[in-house]
Design a protein around this ligand. Structure first.
Ligand code: R5P
Length: 295
């Protein structure tokens, strides 16, 4: 029997594309809150002895995690052969060490929790920094897919003379790869984070790139301060208004509006989190991997 894939929270379009690409059924699940905000969850599809996939982006994870774990456990209890998780955006990856005594290592604890309920995990460009490999924190098989080539393709097709700007030393390598693929110059903006919504940037010399279109690329746009400050500093240099590319459109609070407000050329993101700025479709990455003998 074919695999079955469930959309848990607002990833309907992505789930439909993947289901059609791997020839799987789209599962039916009811999730609602009881009046006291406890979770009611019911699987309405036949899952016994089947490969089951749950797909959800894990932005705003706290409100999703319990229904997600209930679903995984319920599917196992109903006889699913394996229950895998596709989390195009994997949360809690930035608190990856104890910076100050007493802090919880969210990345590790979150990974342990998911590992207890799922048989495997697929994600796209997780924020791997001090933890260099998901296998270091997950005890289930994991697969990391990379959006780099697809983003590079978008830039190549849409921007005539780009200069790629990465506002964070943590992102150097994958963005260097993007720049190399399209033969564009790339520069790194050094960033020191002073707090949740405060960053200090040091911009390198950009005078050789005055006639190029700045393309700022970052993995996550959360509060937007990293992008906003980078845009502001680039505009002070009288360069062309920049294009901002984020893989994961977290956009906490008013981040999207605030970023639009600083006069960018364009903001675009990948469809790892459903958002109005989604312009780069990564469903093919997931489909190709699943069709390549994984299921
Ligand atoms: C940081 O390590 C990431 O690569 C992003 O630069 C960061 O998450 C962006 O966050 P924010 O939008 O809150 O500045």
């Amino acid at each position: 029997m074919s695999a079955i894939i469930f959309n848990l929270f607002s990833c309907e379009a992505l789930v439909k594309k993947i289901a059609s690409g791997i020839v799987a059924e789209v599962g039916d699940v009811t999730i609602r809150n009881f009046p006291d905000a406890e979770t009611y969850l019911k699987i309405n599809s036949f899952v016994k002895n089947r490969e089951v996939i749950l797909l959800t982006s894990l932005d705003y994870p706290n409100e999703k995690i319990l229904p997600l774990l209930f679903a995984a456990k319920n599917l196992k209890d109903m006889g699913a052969k394996r229950v895998g998780l596709i989390a195009p955006y994997l949360a809690y990856m930035r608190q990856d060490k104890v910076f100050n005594i007493g802090e919880a290592i969210g990345a590790k604890y979150f990974a342990e929790l998911l590992s207890n309920y799922f048989d495997w995990l697929i994600t796209i460009d997780p924020h791997l920094h001090r933890i260099s490999d998901l296998n270091g924190i997950f005890s289930i098989p994991t697969k990391v897919l990379s959006s780099g080539k697809i983003i590079a393709g978008w830039i190549k097709n849409q921007v005539k003379h780009p200069v790629i700007i990465v506002p964070d030393t943590e992102g150097d390598q994958w963005i260097a790869d993007i720049a190399k693929t399209i033969d564009a110059p790339f520069v790194v903006v050094k960033k020191i984070r002073k707090g949740d919504v405060e960053v200090e940037l040091s911009i390198p010399d950009l005078k050789n790139y005055k006639n190029r279109t700045p393309v700022i690329v970052d993995d996550i746009i959360s509060t937007g301060v990293t992008m906003i400050e980078t845009v502001k500093r680039i505009k002070e240099l009288n360069m062309i208004a920049p294009i901002c590319i984020g893989i994961h459109a977290v956009f906490a609070g008013n981040a999207y509006k605030n970023l639009l407000g600083v006069g960018v050329n364009k903001i675009l993101t990948c469809n790892t989190i459903s958002h109005v700025s989604n312009e780069i479709d990564l469903s093919g990455l997931i489909i190709d991997f699943l069709n390549d003998g994984f299921l």
